[in-house]
Ligand binder design. Structure first.
Ligand code: FES
Length: 167
């Protein structure tokens, strides 16, 4: 005969399972901010879904990735990924000081790390005199048309790497 305790256990288990499914659904809606496909260690992003000045966050191999389509008034940089007439800043969204996730301050056009006050410009370059010792890291990438493939070292990435621009 099942005790009251068994029944409570089963009921709680049911709620937990429902909660987990709900949680997964909510998380999936949050992750898919840009049209993207994740498979075999690669994340494929359609950049045509980006709006200038509005950074998006994607995921590659468990790491958060910033994708910022630059506006015309944002300074150009050799770290930019150029697609047609558009320029993008793409970086691993982990502060190079101690690994916190910076937030983007739209009004100031900066990535700001709340942990110790680190700041990065719209090219992911660390601002001087603050704790982060280096720019936000650029993940391996390849460009095919308007598609960004994270995880593959394309010619644009290799050129940046050669010029010591990826970190
Ligand atoms: Fe970002 Fe320290 S972890 S400033």
């Amino acid at each position: 005969m099942k005790s009251r305790r068994d029944f409570m256990g089963m009921a709680l288990g049911g709620f937990t399972a429902l909660g987990a499914v709900g949680g997964l659904y909510a998380a999936k809606e949050t992750w898919d901010m840009l049209p993207s496909i994740k498979s075999g260690g690669f994340t494929t992003i359609d950049l045509s879904g980006c709006f200038a000045g509005e950074p998006m966050v994607e995921k590659w191999r468990g790491k958060p990735i910033f994708v910022l389509k630059k506006t015309a008034d944002m300074p150009k940089h050799d770290r930019d990924i150029v697609v047609g007439d558009d320029r993008y800043h793409v970086s691993i969204a982990l502060c190079t000081h101690l690994g916190c996730i910076p937030a983007y301050k739209k009004g100031e056009k900066k990535f700001f790390c709340a942990c110790h006050g680190g700041e990065f410009d719209t090219s992911g370059v660390n601002l001087p005199g603050l704790p982060p010792p280096s720019p936000l890291e650029i993940p391996p990438f390849k460009i095919e048309g308007t598609t960004l493939i994270l995880g593959e070292e394309g010619p644009e990435y290799l050129k940046m790497k050669q010029n010591n621009l990826i970190a």
